[in-house]
Design a protein around this ligand. Structure first.
Ligand code: ATP
Length: 428
C-alpha cells in the first residue's frame, strides 16, 4: 500500500473531515486561489497557516461570509508582507499584536499570529503570547467559533474541531468552552446573545446557567468594550431580537435598569429600517430609539456608562429633549418658519427618532417637511448684497437676513429680485 493511500485510511479512521470542496463551492474563486497560494507561501517560510473563526462556522452552515481570518503559527506579519507582494496588495501591520490586514482589489484578509491569553483580572484585557493553533483556539468564546481549517498544502481543507463545534452547529447550540469564560470576559455574555439570535440557536443549558450566574460580571467591563459589543449588535440584521433576549435575561437592565427590549422597540427598529432602506439605519438612530424611554438623568448615566463619543451622546440628548416639541409640532396650523424654529439645531438621528416615536400624523408630516425641505432653505441675498444696498453693517443686517429667511420659509418670496423688493419695502 502506498503512503497516500495509508494516509487516507488513517484520516478516515480518525474521522477527518475535509472541507476543500465546500471552500471551493462557497467562496469566490479569487479567495480560494489566495488561500491556496497563502498556504504554500506559509509552508515555504516554515509556518503553518489556518483559516479560523466565523468564516469556518459559516462555511459549515452554508452562510455567506467572505471575511477571511487567518492564523499563522509563526509570524503573521512576515507572511502578510510576502502575500502583499504576490497579490500587489497593501498591508497595514500591528506589530504590538503581531497581526496584519492585507487588502487587494475588493478583498481584505486579517492575519494573526497564533496566541494564547491569560486573564489576570476579570474584565481586563488579557496578557497575550505567541503559541500554537490549539492554544489560539482554546482562548475563543464559543465552540462554534473554535473551528479551524488547515491551509498548508499537505493537509489543505482539513477541519480542526477540538471542542465539538460542528456538533453544536448541528444541534444549534451556543456553548462556552469552560466554567470561567464569562468571568474572564463578560463581553461574551452579549456576544452569546448576538450569535444565538443571529443564527436562531439556543444557549447550551450549562452556558445559560453560567450566564445567569455571571451577569454581575458585566460591571467589570469598560464602557468602550461594552459600547463596541452594543454597536456590533446594532449592526445585526434584527438587533431587536438580541435586545429582547437581553431584557429577558436581565442583561439589558445591567446596562441601565430603565432600558426596554419590548414590542415598541421592535416596531420602531423595523420602521427605522424601512426609512433607511436600502441602507441599514445608522447606529445613532437605533441607539436613540433604545434610549428614548429614558429621562434626561437616566440618559446621562447611559452616556457615561457607554462612554459615548460626542456625536452619539448629542443624538441621544437631542432626541430626549425634542420630546417636548412633539406637542407643538402636532398643531396643524403651524407655519413652515415655526416648524423650522422648533426643529432647527437638533441632530438628524434625534429628529428621525422623534418622528418614529410620535403618534401624531401631523407632527410626523411637519418633521418630514423639515428634513426634506425646510432645513435647506436659505435667502438668496447675502450680507454683502445688503451692504451693496447701502445698509450699514451691524445688527440690522443680521435682522434683515433672519426676516428674509422666514419669508423664504413661508413662501412669501421666491426669488432674489423678490427679496430685494421686500428689503426696500421694509426700509420704507
Ligand atoms: P462574526 O460576528 O461573524 O463571528 P467575526 O468572526 O469577524 O464575525 P469577531 O468579533 O471579529 O467575529 O471575532 C473573531 C473571532 O475572535 C471570533 O470568531 C471569536 O472566536 C474570537 N473572539 C472575539 N471576541 C472574543 C472574546 N471576547 N472572547 C473570546 N474570543 C473572542
Amino acid at each position: 500500500m502506498n503512503s497516500v493511500v495509508t494516509c487516507a485510511i488513517i484520516r478516515k479512521m480518525a474521522k477527518i473531515t475535509n472541507l476543500a470542496n465546500k471552500i471551493e463551492k462557497q467562496l469566490p474563486a479569487e479567495l480560494v486561489n489566495f488561500m491556496q497560494v497563502a498556504g504554500r507561501v506559509a509552508t515555504s517560510q516554515g509556518q503553518n497557516l489556518y483559516l479560523v473563526g466565523g468564516v469556518v462556522r459559516d462555511l459549515l452552515l452554508g452562510r455567506t461570509n467572505f471575511d477571511l481570518d487567518l492564523v499563522v503559527e509563526g509570524n503573521a506579519i512576515e507572511l502578510a508582507q510576502q502575500l502583499a507582494e504576490i497579490n500587489q496588495g497593501k498591508i497595514v501591520t500591528y506589530p504590538q499584536f503581531n497581526t496584519a490586514k492585507l487588502q487587494w482589489s475588493q478583498w481584505s484578509v486579517d492575519l494573526a499570529t497564533a496566541r494564547s491569553e491569560t486573564y489576570t483580572k476579570p474584565g481586563a484585557l488579557p496578557r497575550v503570547k505567541s503559541s500554537s493553533i490549539e492554544s489560539d483556539l482554546s482562548r475563543r468564546d464559543f465552540t462554534i467559533n473554535t473551528m479551524a481549517i488547515y491551509l498548508s498544502p499537505s493537509r489543505y481543507g482539513e477541519l480542526i474541531d477540538m471542542y465539538g463545534g460542528r456538533n453544536d452547529l448541528k444541534h444549534k447550540l451556543v456553548r462556552i468552552l469552560h466554567e470561567k469564560s464569562f468571568i474572564d470576559d463578560a463581553t461574551r455574555i452579549w456576544r452569546s446573545l448576538r450569535y444565538e439570535q443571529r443564527l436562531n440557536f439556543q444557549l447550551g443549558k450549562n452556558t445559560l446557567k453560567l450566564l445567569k450566574r455571571d451577569i454581575p460580571m458585566l460591571d467589570t467591563i469598560s464602557g468602550d468594550r461594552i459600547r463596541y459589543e452594543l454597536e456590533c449588535i446594532l449592526q445585526e440584521e434584527r438587533p431587536e431580537k438580541v435586545l429582547r433576549r437581553a431584557e429577558e435575561l436581565n442583561v439589558l437592565q445591567r446596562l441601565h435598569p430603565a432600558l426596554k427590549g419590548n414590542g415598541w422597540l421592535a416596531e420602531k427598529f423595523e420602521q427605522a429600517r424601512q426609512l433607511s432602506s436600502p441602507n441599514p439605519p445608522p447606529v445613532g438612530l437605533y441607539l436613540a430609539l433604545l434610549a428614548y424611554p429614558l429621562t434626561d438623568e437616566e440618559n446621562e448615566r447611559l452616556i457615561s456608562r457607554l462612554r459615548l463619543p460626542k456625536s452619539l451622546a448629542q443624538a441621544l440628548r437631542d432626541s430626549i429633549s425634542l420630546k417636548t416639541k412633539l406637542q407643538p409640532l402636532a398643531n396643524p396650523k403651524l407655519t413652515p418658519s415655526s416648524i423650522y424654529h422648533l426643529l432647527h439645531g437638533y441632530s438628524s438621528p434625534a429628529i428621525i427618532t422623534n418622528s418614529l416615536a410620535s403618534d401624531s400624523p401631523v407632527a410626523r408630516q411637519h418633521i418630514h417637511l423639515f428634513l426634506n425641505k425646510l432645513r435647506y432653505v436659505k435667502p438668496a441675498l447675502t450680507g454683502n448684497d445688503l451692504k451693496r444696498m447701502s445698509i450699514t453693517p451691524g445688527p440690522q443686517i443680521k435682522e434683515i437676513l433672519q426676516r428674509l429667511h422666514e419669508a423664504r420659509l413661508d413662501g412669501k418670496v421666491t426669488s432674489k429680485q423678490g427679496e430685494k423688493e421686500l428689503v426696500k419695502e421694509w426700509l420704507g
